[in-house]
Design a protein around this ligand. Structure first.
Ligand code: PEP
Ligand code: MG
Length: 318
């Protein structure tokens, strides 16, 4: 089955009733991008940039980062490359940043919170991303957004960086899109306000599940609760997609849930425009999409939202 799926992996994923869903890859290195394209990825929906910052004694320079982003963008040519800004802090401290230990790192200063606290690190990354964007289809994505003030603060820094580059006559894509991860319940609650500020959403179900269900994503004792197929999480996805589409922006999903074939019909039924998964999962995901129709998927999603547990949802779609 894997072999058969791989043979068709380079065709677009179109449902039986004609809706095309973008299938992108989650990657975390330069080498990954080759694997992603060989597996049929139509772009990169999530470049985790933490690898550039971890396991070293100083922050990566603008030139170092530029070289990496350019290398990846060159392989992708005009296919989309969504670069997520640094998502460290809390459980992944950087040795060269003096941090205050936190008792609850997952509820602490991670993601965009960390970057706004360290504008020097944030600015350097944004400069590198913008410089790499010339002639490619790069988009910027902010992690862990919980408040509109964070988006505005990040945009202010982005605008300042763009001003500086323009002044220095350094080229960049002036129409570069800015999106945010939807992975904190607060972001779902204020999704209408956030949609007015950005070009796209990408739902991060790994974190959204743990924050919605108040369960550590790495604690097996609460795994039945933090399962992203829980109807409580599915309802958050439903709301996010609806609000995004009402506002006229596109919305993808880049958590592990997108790679689960038990979830494909539900995610299509909820209206997601793009799914981003680990490269290995792409052929089977594309095959699953081609076997479904949107109308049938909408019915499955509607049923799933009314169930009692993730277990029941799994039984429904098995
Ligand atoms: C997520 O939270 O779903 C996500 C894609 O980001 P990460 O797994 O890197 O936290
Ligand atoms: Mg996350």
């Amino acid at each position: 089955a894997q072999q058969e799926a791989l043979a068709k992996a380079h065709q677009p994923a179109i449902t039986r009733d004609g809706k095309q869903v973008s299938v992108f890859a989650n990657i975390g290195s330069i080498a990954d991008v080759q694997v992603a394209l060989a597996s049929g990825a139509e772009g990169v929906g999530l470049l985790r940039t933490e690898f550039l910052y971890l396991g070293r004694t100083s922050a990566p320079t603008e030139e170092e980062q530029l070289a990496v982003y350019q290398a990846i963008a060159q392989v992708l040519d005009q296919q989309p490359l969504i670069i997520r800004t640094l998502d460290v802090g809390g459980d992944k401290p950087l040795p060269y940043i003096q941090g205050v230990p936190e008792t609850n790192p997952f509820l602490g200063c991670r993601g965009i919170r960390f970057c706004l606290e360290h504008p020097d690190i944030f600015t350097t990354q944004l400069r590198a991303i913008l410089r790499a964007s010339t002639g490619h289809n790069i988009k910027i994505m902010l992690p862990m957004i919980a408040s509109i003030t964070e988006v505005r603060a990040a945009k202010e820094i982005l605008n300042e960086v763009q001003r500086e580059l323009r002044q220095a006559a350094i080229p960049f894509d002036a129409n570069i899109q800015l999106g945010i991860m939807i992975e904190v319940p607060a972001a779902v609650a204020i999704a209408d306000q956030l949609a007015a500020e950005v070009d796209f959403f990408s739902i991060g179900t790994n974190d959204l599940s743990q924050y919605v269900m108040a369960g550590d994503r790495n604690n097996p004792r609460v795994a039945n609760l933090t399962d992203a197929l829980h109807p409580a999480v599915l309802r958050m996805i439903q709301r996010t997609v609806k609000v995004a589409h009402d506002a006229g922006i596109w919305v993808g999903l880049c958590g592990e849930l997108a790679a689960e074939t038990a979830a494909t019909a539900i995610l299509l039924g909820l209206g997601l425009d793009e799914l981003s998964v680990n490269p290995q999962a792409i052929p089977i995901l594309k095959q699953a999409i081609a076997q479904l129709s949107i109308s049938q998927s909408q019915a499955i999603a509607a049923s799933a939202l009314q169930l009692d547990s993730a277990e029941q949802v799994r039984q429904l779609t098995a």
